[in-house]
Design a protein. Structure first.
Length: 294
């Protein structure tokens, strides 16, 4: 599959409305392959990667880091995505092979997989003394509604969020999403037009499958034909920055006593990166060197 992923930023109604649209098909397919994801796990992680890429591009500095954590009471377990503003992303779900029945509409049951009882955490490390942490309870587990709630309550920005992943037997057919944000000067008339447009619009993954361009999707969502393109050709990619050095730091973080116990009971060990499944081997001597360095 060729990487045709793109994110575009637009303004509608003379700057009174912002909309970011994303095609993340290749990104999500890469995640599916790396983690050997089931269809519903693909949809869960795919939606989270998509919204994370949209949030990440609004961070200003290359050193800024976004971490999204979702933990509901559903069988998928924890969902974690880490991103920078390029945006380069990586993520994982607790249960990559989860298989549950389709929902009553015949679609992948993301809400049941994630669960309604739990929390969504958004952590932005933007170079300040302490990172910004926004925590909101889950409202549906469908992820899009949960982020709509997050934007409204934690960032005080009224938004419309749509996320979709179309999974076929051969893999990800289409994946994408959009976030529409109302500026403070958005009028009631504009809000009514947007509500009418959103009410009648197709799922974002279906529009992408029909080869509707991102700019056309932005026009359909906002109801504004005179939309202004601000930025285009932002390309989200799945990329893990793990290394043996990072794994050493993680091992040292568990403490001297725990490492000594590993040396005595296991000797050599193999560690695996949660984000890309790359394996790193540590000999007994290497582990002893870590103990000596603590």
């Amino acid at each position: 599959m060729e990487n045709k992923d793109r994110i575009i930023k637009c303004l509608a109604y003379d700057g009174k409305v912002s909309i970011v649209c994303a095609d993340t098909t290749y990104l999500v397919e890469q995640a599916r392959k790396i983690h050997d994801l089931s269809p519903v796990a693909t949809a869960v992680l795919g939606r989270t990667l998509t919204i994370s890429s949209i949030i990440a591009i609004n961070m200003k500095n290359t050193t800024d880091k976004l971490t999204v954590q979702i933990r509901g009471d559903g069988p998928i377990g924890s969902i974690v995505v880490v991103a920078n503003n390029f945006p380069k992303l990586k993520g994982f779900v607790g249960n990559n092979l989860l298989d549950i029945p389709l929902n009553e509409d015949g679609k992948l049951d993301v809400g049941k997989a994630v669960g309604k009882n739990g929390f969504l955490n958004v952590i932005k490390d933007i170079g300040l003394k302490e990172p910004y942490v926004g925590i909101v309870p889950l409202v549906s587990g469908e992820i899009a509604q949960d982020f709509t709630n997050y934007f409204a309550t934690s960032e005080q920005t009224p938004s419309v969020v749509s996320l979709g992943v179309l999974v076929k037997s051969e893999g990800v057919k289409k994946s994408g999403g959009y976030v529409l944000t109302l500026m403070p000067d958005a009028t009631e008339d504009i809000i009514e037009k947007i509500e009418k447009s959103v009410e009648n619009i197709e799922q974002v993954s279906k529009m992408l499958d029909e080869n509707i361009s991102l700019i056309e999707i932005a026009k359909k969502v906002t109801g504004d034909e005179n939309i202004k393109l601000i930025e285009e050709n932002i390309i989200p990619v799945y990329e893990c920055d793990c290394s043996k050095e990072n794994m050493e730091k993680s091992l040292m973080a568990i403490g001297k006593d725990e490492l000594k116990d590993i040396i005595e009971t296991q000797g050599d060990i193999e560690t695996v990166c949660h984000f890309c499944n790359k394996k790193y081997n540590f000999s007994k001597q290497e582990l002893q060197n870590l103990v000596d360095d603590i």
